[in-house]
Design a binder for this molecule. Structure first.
Ligand SMILES: *Cc1c(COP(=O)(O)O)cnc(C)c1O
Length: 383
């Protein structure tokens, strides 16, 4: 048997009517750039998340970048951050998070993660701020694998130091903290609609969300060349718009997100039950205030056995993945230049050698879930 990490063809079969009818409307009106679907999606996502402002952009990466630049425009009155402005983030994330910080002009400071949630360790964030607080402009908080960072702590820290929090919600669309949806806690949130995300389009797409209308206005200006009127611009902007046809696909799929996230959570419960007792394997730890939406179901394989177990699972037809084998501070781009290691980053380094993500496609059937667990048991035994 083969169990893919994600079978998008199956997703299309499941939702094709809802999507096709939306696409058909685009074919009628032919308004491909910032057409009616983009506005409708912005409204519906805003309603669903409980956030005032939503602005569709061309990718999750652009949502981070344009989000940061809008914060610079609002708080500093400058187009970019300066290299003396430090922005804290985790080294245990996709490179786009830190890339956006550098492209927004700031210095990127890596602070280590908690072993349990794989998210920013707020004690270490406090330690860094105690020493260097006056240089720090803000924090980019990544909700990794679909689980919320500790937003109580982060918002308390942000208030204390008067700094911003930008939530990287790329992996956690629909995830919650204390009953509220992610993206609504920080100064702003950046969402990705990359095809494999919990709400994925048929190409690239993203969105900046915020309760702050002034900030959202800067996002609207920057996504369209830097002017309210694109033929008379004020700032160094981008061509970063969400396509109408992507918005149409996303509108069709939005109605399924709640159900599919619930299915992911159910698979996670099953995996937890079957795998919890395995020696040398650690199932995901979830904070009591977090509602994890399992963009990834990621275990730790201890004792240096991760790669061997991974090979065995791949040979058994299981679509595993390692997110992330190389923490950002070990990558050439982030080894020097406008980058600081805020602490030893040991927890991130250990995680990069132990993590293994198992298929958690919400449409996996029972037989496939059983097969994954059986093969994980076999692979652990044989490694
Ligand atoms: C996917 C992802 C991004 C980037 O989103 P794109 O839409 O691919 O540009 C940023 N941060 C994290 C944590 C991601 O997983």
């Amino acid at each position: 048997m083969n169990v893919a990490a994600l079978n998008l063809r199956r997703h299309y079969d499941y939702m094709s009517e809802a999507i096709d009818s939306r696409i058909a409307k685009c074919l009628e009106h032919q308004r491909w750039i910032l057409g009616p679907e983009v506005k409708e999606l912005e409204g519906k996502v805003g309603e669903w998340l409980g956030v005032k402002e939503c602005v569709g952009v061309a990718s999750g990466t652009d949502a981070l970048l344009v989000g940061l630049r809008s914060i610079a425009l609002k708080t500093k009155g400058e187009e970019f951050f300066d290299e003396v402005d430090e922005i804290l983030t985790t080294p245990f994330t996709f490179s786009a998070t830190a890339e956006a910080i550098l492209r927004a002009g700031a210095k990127c400071v890596f602070v280590d993660i908690e072993a349990g949630s794989f998210n920013l360790d707020t004690e270490k964030v406090r330690d860094y701020l105690r020493e260097h607080g006056e240089k720090v402009a803000g924090i980019v908080a990544v909700h990794l694998y679909g689980q919320s960072c500790n937003m109580d702590e982060l918002n308390e820290i942000a208030d204390e130091y008067g700094i911003f929090v930008l939530e990287d919600v790329a992996q956690a669309f629909g995830g919650k903290w204390s009953g509220g949806k992610l993206g609504t806690f920080g100064t702003a949130g950046a969402i990705s609609f990359f095809p494999s995300k919990n709400l994925g389009g048929w190409g690239d797409g993203g969105m900046v969300v915020s309760q702050d209308s002034e900030l959202a206005e800067f996002v609207r200006v920057l996504r369209q060349h830097g002017g309210k009127d694109k033929y008379n611009v004020s700032y160094t902007g981008y061509n970063s718009r969400l396509d109408s046809i992507q918005a149409a696909v996303l509108l069709g799929k939005l109605g399924y997100v709640e159900e599919l996230n619930a299915k992911r959570r159910k698979i996670a419960v099953y995996y937890d039950e079957k795998l919890r007792e395995l020696e040398g394997l650690v199932c995901p730890e979830v904070h009591e205030k977090a509602e994890h939406v399992y963009h990834q179901y990621t275990v730790r394989v201890k004792d240096g056995k991760r790669d061997a177990v991974n090979e065995r699972l791949k040979a058994a037809g299981i679509g595993t993945a390692v997110y992330y084998a190389v923490p950002l501070h070990k990558m050439r781009l982030f080894e020097k230049g406008r980058v600081v290691k805020g602490d030893k980053l040991e927890v991130s380094e250990r995680a990069s050698g132990e993590v293994l993500s198992l298929p958690v496609d919400p449409l996996l059937n029972m037989e496939e879930q059983e097969y994954v667990c059986l093969q994980v048991k076999e692979a652990m035994k044989g490694s």
